[in-house]
Design a protein around this ligand. Structure first.
Ligand code: ADP
Ligand code: MG
Length: 595
């Protein structure tokens, strides 16, 4: 008796689909790629319930003839490559002929398509209601039944994908919440919109419009459409003309000023030949350029676009095409590092006469006055108003009973030392602050929500906006009253008292990325409110600590030490760094070899 058998076709397709289709957003990415490859000028995406129920992508690209339409769902059916040589010279986003066939093995699909000069269009339905479900459907090979009929000859293509994983319940279990799946979809649409500024993209979720980016004249205009002018001003532009000269590699994009840093890598985009990729060479080069500009635990934001001759980069190294391999990684590293350095230190390069005079907008954005801009803090906007209104108590320590004042010595900017208890205690002020605030947010009991005299409106990206609004009740419990103002704008009405110095936009962006991260990777999953609370509390605490860098006096330090003492985990900040170190007299004696 043999143990080995050849897998049936439907099972082979399902295994292949597993690699291509991880979640609803993977489908959106594949369908958008197809629309872009088809030369579309307008692409609209509509989804229901985070794409779990329905994904519909409509484009005005070249469309398909009936013959092509009947073939396109076959495995390895592609119009994009024909020979082995083509594989090493790929200029389209797709080339494997796997996306549509994968779709039909895990969902119900309808295609409506027509070329521009055809009299009749074609409609193809696959896997729709008459198919048996469950195990029987598997055996019958869900997706085999294809119904072909006429459709109106509207040039372009519409693909509807319903009930993802309806026939693979095991995979349905891995769906995250609607808002998490939606946020992945928004990210995909944003990535495509960034890499193809000339194409109009729209995204609707449960009938409300989340993205509407009309055809833009360049990446700069597209950036502003997607993220707003305010955020645009936090970035320097890579000089595209200078970077064009290096060995046929073109680099353009935006890097954040040293003031605009994030607590995660969530605002980092690298595109190679317009494909979003993760690439350690490029990331490393960017971090090298920021080396002395930002604290170790903060991250720069960047949008980098590399264009390289197709023969010099291998895009066929990852099933979902998320990675690429460069022919000469060290050259790419050098190019990226230098370009980012130039963008970040324009004055140095300007004096050397390096920057072409033909770029007025570029120069204007890099004059010394503009270098240190950034969103004003809530306090600097409002503090004087509040103080004259007598309402604002910015002092973190004001509501407590002051403990006995002790004597501290400052060592550099972060450390203070105290001689007590037969030894020396060294405290890292920021880490200690973070711990105290973190536990305060975790307990929720002593949070004071300060009503802002003038509510603040701020614009977020569609993804962040959606997440923040969805969790507004949760944030309210933490003293942050955020109200929906439509069109990616929110109004902030109250802030936790301790965070009054934080920049609101940065805070909301960090909260949103924390929620996304927690819902995507959190060990407790969607239902774990505690995991979410811990993540958000850590983000909030860290905001105060990063921004509030004024030296504390002995009274304030004594309070901090007393608050720290009351914490459940006084010796570590929420990120695991020590908050204080004690060196006993005994230790000192040993160190000085007296023992
Ligand atoms: P690939 O994109 O790798 O070729 P797909 O399975 O995604 O494979 O698509 C198969 C083929 O179907 C494509 O090569 C293309 O010819 C055709 N096709 C898919 N989507 C569209 C579309 N929106 N407009 C026109 N043609 C399309
Ligand atoms: Mg494709």
């Amino acid at each position: 008796m043999t143990e080995i058998s050849i897998l049936p076709e439907f099972l082979i397709n399902k295994i292949a689909a597993g690699e291509v289709i991880e979640r609803p957003a993977s489908i959106v990415r594949e369908l958008l790629d197809n629309s872009i490859d088809a030369g579309a000028k307008n692409v609209s995406v509509e989804v229901l319930y985070g794409g779990k129920k329905l994904i519909r992508v409509a484009d005005d690209g070249v469309g398909m003839s009936r013959e092509d339409a009947s073939l396109c769902f076959e495995r390895h059916a592609t119009s994009k490559i024909k020979t082995e040589g083509d594989l090493f010279n790929i200029s389209t986003l797709g080339f494997r002929g796997e996306a549509l066939s994968s779709l039909t093995s895990v969902s119900k699909v309808t295609l409506i398509t027509s070329t521009a000069n055809s009299h009749t269009g074609t409609k193809i339905e696959i896997g729709l209601p008459t198919l048996p479900t469950g195990r029987q459907a598997d055996k019958a090979g869900a997706g085999e039944k294809k119904e072909i009929s006429d459709a109106p000859p509207l040039a372009g293509t519409i693909i509807e994908v319903r009930d993802l994983f309806y026939n693979t319940p095991a995979r349905r279990k891995f769906f995250k919440s609607t808002s998490t799946e939606l946020s992945h979809i928004i990210e995909v649409v944003i990535q495509k919109a960034l890499s193809y500024p000339g194409i109009s993209f729209s995204l609707k979720h449960n009938n409300s419009e989340l993205v509407n980016a009309v055809s833009a004249k360049d990446i700069r205009e597209r950036f502003k459409q997607l993220y707003g002018e305010e955020l645009f001003n936090e970035f320097f532009e890579i000089n595209p003309i200078r970077q064009n000269i290096s060995n046929g590699v073109k680099l353009y994009g935006f890097v954040s000023t040293g003031n605009f840093t994030r607590s995660t890598r969530s605002y980092q985009f690298v595109f190679v030949n317009r494909r979003p990729v993760k690439n350690p060479t490029v990331s490393h080069a960017v971090y090298s350029a920021y080396r002395d500009l930002i604290p170790k635990d903060r991250h720069p934001a960047f949008f980098l676009f590399l264009e390289i001759a197709p023969g010099k980069v291998d895009v066929n190294v990852h099933p979902a095409k998320r990675e690429v391999r460069f022919e000469t990684p060290s050259e790419i590293h050098k190019l990226v590092e230098l370009a980012v350095q130039e963008a970040l230190h324009p004055q140095q390069y300007k004096t050397a006469g390096d920057i072409p005079a033909s770029m007025p907008a570029y120069e204007a954005a890099h004059t010394a006055e503009n270098v240190s801009f950034g969103e004003q803090s809530v306090c600097e906007t409002l503090e004087s108003t509040f103080q004259s209104a007598g309402g604002l108590q910015t002092d973190f320590f004001s509501e407590r009973i002051t403990p006995a004042v002790r004597k501290y010595f400052h060592i550099g900017e972060s450390f203070v030392a105290e001689s007590a208890n037969n030894g020396l205690t060294i405290i890292d002020q920021h880490a200690a602050h973070e711990r105290v605030l973190y536990e305060k947010f975790l307990r929720k009991t002593s949070i004071v929500a300060e009503t802002l005299f003038l509510p603040i409106r701020t614009e977020l990206s569609a993804r962040e906006y959606n997440i923040v609004i969805k969790h507004s009740d949760f944030l309210k419990d933490l003293g942050l009253d955020v109200e929906d103002f439509g069109a990616n704008n929110v109004i902030v009405r109250t802030m936790p008292k301790e965070l009054c110095k934080a920049d609101i936009k940065g805070l909301l962006i960090d909260i949103a990325s924390g929620i996304i991260e927690e819902e995507t990777t959190g060990i407790r999953g969607d239902t774990g409110k505690q995991g979410l609370l811990e993540t958000i509390a850590a983000r909030l605490a860290c905001h105060k600590s990063v921004r509030g860098s004024e030296p504390l006096n002995n009274e304030e330090l004594s309070q901090l030490a007393a608050d720290l003492e009351k914490c459940e985990v006084p010796d570590k900040c929420p990120h695991g760094r020590p908050t204080r170190i004690f060196i006993s007299l005994d230790d000192l004696n040993r160190m000085f070899k007296r023992k």
